[in-house]
Design a protein around this ligand. Structure first.
Ligand code: ADP
Length: 496
């Protein structure tokens, strides 16, 4: 492993760290909310309750059943409530049973002076005081004392006085603290165990895949990746297994190609050299037939090199399509006419009306040549290669059939692979490089055309491809460009 790969934290530690931070945040939140903020929260809730009660009483000051309502509120909320006028005369005063309270101990005069004080202070006053009374377990509670001066609809001034006890939360906080300590402890233990197991489940398989990947990088294409743990790792292992398989296939093909190409190069070169030497040494051998052999062999070399170049360019995506609208039926006829010199063979072409396609004419011709050449090479004793043109659903299909030995069903997928030959032993001398169908496939895929093969062993094969028919738009475009081309070709200048 390179030093650079060691940078970054191991998954195991990342997961542990993640869990640690998570537990810490939860613990801080719980401790903060439950312990530090419990008192202030409780007090704020109490204050709101007192203010709301005051609002509600203020709205009912002139109701006949004010006293009854004050009693209900006092009982329901556990509040001491008093309503009096500016002279300290009580209209209503209620307290929950069994409660000592400050309000109760206030006489008329203290109420009157509180009234003026509140009035001076803007109409309301809220204070929190230590309760003079002892709380249940001996602790001292606090009280909120709220006074509000309100004017009734009939124009009288009334004072609403509310007292609410704030029971000390210390005892609750103590209980919570113990509980939280337990919860935090359980969280830490549980979190660590979980983090450990999850890390193991994730990190182990990843580490295993990593080890295998290093072997793959070193050229061990036979390596198998084991998944396990999570689905993602399983999928990763599957993908890597597929990649390893493909790499090993490519490696095999590369080796085979090297052997094939060297063999295919050597055979014609040996022939050329042999014939040339014979012709040099034996003047009588300097015949047109021998010269033709040298020319034929040179042609084979050229074809091989061209195929290799074509395919590597196609596969590298370095070839742009030069699409034009052309008569595909006519193209097939022209190509077949070139096979006239093969006098023993017949090439029937079954076609309806001429059809036009929008495609790269040169490349589509290359496809047809390749398919017809193969059919000639592998055709049966009747030496007949039948071409058919059918039109269906806006597409034209060209099929090339022979009555040769056919291709085994389990090879039908492979023949489109580069360098693949079904019968590696025979016919090598006269047959191509195994690149033809690969070139066909690349060209058709660039055009977005469908292609395929049907074959029955001993009865022959039918190779076919489909192209969409040229649409009206493509026709118009093509006609206008060819008009421009024509005018350009006429005098070398471009006329609008
Ligand atoms: P080659 O240059 O060897 O013909 P191709 O890529 O054109 O390469 O074809 C790949 C292989 O597919 C051939 O080697 C041959 O085994 C098989 N094949 C192609 N066309 C036919 C056919 N018409 N009949 C039988 N086999 C064929």
């Amino acid at each position: 492993m390179k030093a650079g790969n060691r940078r970054g934290m191991r998954i195991r530690w990342q997961i542990a760290l993640g869990f640690g931070v998570f537990i810490l945040v939860i613990a801080v939140l719980l401790w903060g909310m439950q312990i530090a903020l419990l008192g202030p929260f409780y007090r704020a809730i109490k204050q709101t309750e007192v203010l709301r009660t005051a609002d509600s009483i203020e709205r009912r000051l002139e109701d006949d059943d004010l006293d009854e309502q004050v009693r209900t509120l006092s009982n329901d909320l556990g509040l001491v409530i008093l309503v009096c006028d500016e002279f300290g005369i009580r209209y209503s005063a209620w307290k929950p049973t069994q409660r000592d309270c400050i309000i109760e101990s206030m006489d008329r005069f203290s109420l009157r002076s509180l009234f003026s004080e509140v009035n001076l202070n803007g109409g309301s006053q809220l204070g929190v005081y230590a309760s003079p009374f002892s709380y249940g377990d001996g602790g001292r509670s606090q009280v909120i004392l709220y006074a509000r001066v309100a004017r009734t609809a009939s124009g009288y001034n009334r004072m609403i006085l509310i007292e609410s006890e704030i029971t000390p939360v210390d005892a609750v906080v103590d209980t919570l603290r113990v509980q939280l300590l337990c919860v935090t402890g359980i969280m830490v233990v549980l979190g660590s165990v979980l983090a450990f197991f999850i890390a193991r489940r994730i990190a182990r398989p990843v580490a295993r895949v990593n080890e295998s990947a290093k072997e793959l990088a070193q050229g061990n294409y036979g390596i198998r990746f084991a998944g396990g743990g999570s689905r993602e790792v399983g999928e990763l292992a599957q993908t890597l297994n597929f990649a390893a398989q493909e790499l090993s296939k490519t490696e095999g093909l590369r080796r085979e190609l090297l052997a094939n190409v060297s063999h295919d190069l050597r055979t014609p070169l040996t022939m050329i050299q042999g014939y040339a030497e014979v012709m040099r040494d034996l003047p009588g051998e300097n015949t047109p037939e021998n010269v033709q052999i040298i020319i034929d062999e040179t042609q084979r070399l050229t074809d091989l090199v061209n195929d290799l170049l074509d395919l590597s360019k196609l596969e590298a995506g370095a070839v742009a399509l030069n699409r034009t609208r052309f008569d595909l039926t006519e193209s097939v006829r022209t190509i077949l006419a070139r096979y006239d010199k093969l006098a023993d063979y017949s090439f029937p072409f079954v076609a309806g009306e001429d059809v036009y396609v929008y495609a790269d004419e040169l490349k589509i011709s290359q496809v047809i040549y390749n398919l017809v050449n193969n059919a000639v090479t592998y055709c049966g004793a009747d030496k007949t290669v039948t071409l058919r043109q059918t039109v269906q659903g806006g597409a034209v299909r060209i099929s090339v059939s022979d009555t040769g030995e056919g291709i085994p069903a389990d090879r039908l997928q492979d023949i489109w692979e580069r360098y693949y030959k079904v019968d590696k032993e025979h016919k090598r001398a006269q047959v191509g490089t195994g690149l033809g169908l690969s070139i066909v496939r690349n060209i058709l895929e660039m055009h977005g055309g469908a292609y395929g093969v049907e074959s029955v062993l001993g009865q022959g094969s039918t190779f076919w491809f489909e192209l969409p028919l040229a649409t009206a738009g493509e026709m118009a475009y093509n006609e206008s460009t060819s008009a421009i081309q024509r005018s350009f070709e006429n005098d070398g200048k471009l006329h609008p």
